[in-house]
Design a binder for this molecule. Sequence first.
Ligand code: THU
Length: 127
Amino acid sequence: MEYKLLMEKAEEVAKNAYIPYSKFPVGACVLTENNKIYTGCNFENSSFGLTICAERNAVGSAIADGEKKIKAIAIFSPKMNLCYPCGACRQVLYEFQSDNGIDIILKDNDELKIFTIEELLPGGFNL
Ligand code: THU
């Protein structure tokens, strides 16, 4: 699966973000070990703390379909170059990384930049 395609899907799903409060759309697209893909966008709530990030929405869809090992995720916001995942999402990605880790794909102008979870979350929590 091409990382470019994952990013295209992240860009597309960002259009569905429900963002009346922040006006900050985010889209995410995950690729699992079985080469299945799932997308997610952020959706907010008037009780602000209930907001769900795009990344966790996409991961949740994968889990619900029985896919628990994620090998890559593309993250995109039209409002921010290099839209890094928040700290909470980094820990969620840490939990569901594949045996070979997880590539975190961000858009840097017209280029894709790839980070490992170890780079973005050194010493992630593990029971
Ligand atoms: N947001 C995400 O969807 N992912 C992140 O990793 C960072 C933040 C969303 C949450 C909220 O709807 C908006 O961006 C502004 O924080």
